[in-house]
Design a protein around this ligand. Structure first.
Ligand code: KIV
Length: 265
């Protein structure tokens, strides 16, 4: 049976940690879910790891539809989340709905949208019309030019308060999950405690309900242009196969061995 948003909410409510990895094709979809991964995120990080781009900004809706379809065809159990690429969620709620509907038709069960409170109206519009949304706050790679690089967010008290407020506003707007990227672990813990929906962390400490990493990073095969983030761990170290590396990742997430404080901020 496929994992649903309800399953993930129940895991959060009972304190079971949720494992997630990015995934872009059918073969890995099958391998990852058979190794115990709960969520397959068709991330726009495919712009970096598959297409060799410096940023995710050139990824198109067609790219995302193609890879979401590939993942969906290879998967039977996992929850599939797909990123809305740059330019497809910013114009209007109506336009975002049309783009998100295509990703859902391609096989996603939820779309992920980068942005804080500014996206609340859009998230409300989508969720009231049957499209579950994961909101993505903190380091938002699609805003790299506004942020001035891939930098840790929420370090000052003011920024931390803004992020906490964003999280509450987005949950109230109907977000079904909240992803937090590269923010202090203590802040992610506070936000996770405050919210009812599951939180997903990447560089956000061990107290998030779920952890996600880019697949190629845990397999140690990404040597792209983005400098190696502190929150990456190569699970191929000491593993005899890709399956074993992924199983070890899942085990460490579920038992709260990963991430350690050295992987956070
Ligand atoms: O595209 C992606 O890989 C992401 C990560 C932050 C998980 O959104």
């Amino acid at each position: 049976m496929r994992i649903t948003q309800k399953t993930l909410q129940k895991m959060r409510d009972t304190g079971e940690k949720i494992s997630a990895l990015t995934c872009y094709d059918a073969s890995f979809a099958s391998l990852l879910e058979n190794s115990g991964v709960d969520i397959l995120l068709v991330g726009d990080s495919l712009g970096n790891v598959l297409q060799g781009e410096k940023t995710t900004l050139s990824v198109t809706l067609d790219d995302m539809l193609y890879h979401t379809g590939c993942v969906a065809r290879g998967s039977r159990k996992a929850f599939i989340m797909a990123d809305m690429p740059f330019g497809t969620s910013q114009v209007s709620p109506e336009n975002t709905f049309e783009n998100a509907a295509e990703l859902i038709s391609a096989g996603a069960s939820m779309v992920k949208i980068e942005g804080g409170r500014v996206m609340a109206e859009t998230i409300k519009f989508l969720s009231l019309r049957g499209i579950p949304v994961c909101a993505h706050i903190g380091l938002m790679p699609q805003s790299v030019h506004m942020l001035g690089g891939y930098k840790v967010q929420g370090k000052s008290t003011n920024q931390a308060n803004q992020l906490m407020e964003d999280a509450i506003i987005l949950e109230e707007a109907g977000a079904g999950m909240l992803l937090m990227e590269a923010i202090p672990a203590i802040l992610a813990k506070k936000i996770t405690k405050k919210l009812v929906i599951p939180t997903i962390g990447i560089g956000a400490g061990v107290d998030c309900d779920a952890q996600v990493l880019v697949l190629y990073d845990i397999l140690g095969i990404y040597s792209g242009t983005k400098s190696k983030s502190k929150f990456i761990k190569n699970f191929m170290d000491g593993a005899g196969s890709i399956n074993e590396a992924v199983e070890n990742y899942v085990k460490e997430v579920k038992s709260k061995k990963f991430p350690k404080s050295e992987h956070g901020f």
